[in-house]
Design a protein around this ligand. Structure first.
Ligand code: ZN
Length: 211
């Protein structure tokens, strides 16, 4: 559809390692509120590129959505604002679960309200042997991009073992993960990133002690 080159964005290559879509979406910020705080979603286009990266939009839908926000700056700004709001709501819920606390009522209510709004624009479409909520990005862009993420959060909250929600123990990380391992021993977002850094720190500390 579009021959224009895709905008370069970290959003299109962020690791998707949480094992739950909704938690992967919260992991588009690093070291949230900390000294190495980094935001990876800066525009409506970034949100669309992330959604395509997470397989929520086809190539055609991504190109169509990019054209929509390219032609309508207000729509892009609204998409970004709604995406950040949903993301921080899910993050607050996930971080509370990782601390083994009950998520705040106001966050649960915000997630429910956003989901209800998205469902108002959804269709129940045949998918293999069952049905799935689907959205038409050309007429309901914000709901098409964010609806599946809100649904993922609610499905996790209502159907999953929430003791498996954890926060990566890596320094300056804070990413949320859903531990699907049999022995529930997962500690890191990515072993090659936070796990190895922690090992190197522990090794150096032991070496210092020995000298
Ligand atoms: Zn980490």
């Amino acid at each position: 559809m579009s021959e224009a080159p895709l905008p370069a964005s970290r959003a299109a290559s962020l690791p998707l390692i949480a094992s739950e879509l909704a938690l992967d979406f919260t992991n588009s910020v690093a070291d949230r509120g900390g000294p190495q705080h980094a935001e990876y979603l800066h525009s409506g286009s970034d949100i669309i590129l992330w959604a395509h990266h997470a397989q929520l939009l086809s190539d055609d839908d991504r190109d169509g959505a990019l054209a929509l926000v390219g032609a309508d700056e207000a729509l892009g700004s609204l998409l970004l604002a709604e995406a950040h709001a949903l993301r921080e709501t899910i993050y607050e819920i996930g971080a509370a679960l990782a601390r083994r606390e009950t998520p705040r009522e106001e966050d649960r209510a915000a997630l429910t309200a956003f989901h209800a709004r998205c469902l108002g624009k959804a269709r129940l479409s045949a998918s293999n042997d069952s049905f799935a909520w689907t959205w038409e990005p050309r007429t309901a862009l914000i709901e098409a991009v964010l609806g599946p993420i809100a649904l993922s959060a609610l499905s996790m909250l209502t159907q999953q073992d929430l003791a498996r929600v954890k926060r990566c123990e890596g320094e300056h990380c804070g990413w949320l993960i859903f531990d699907t391992t049999k022995n529930r021993r997962r500690r890191w977002c990515e072993m090659e990133v936070c796990g190895n850094r922690a090992k190197i720190r522990a090794f150096r500390a032991r070496k210092l002690e020995a000298t």
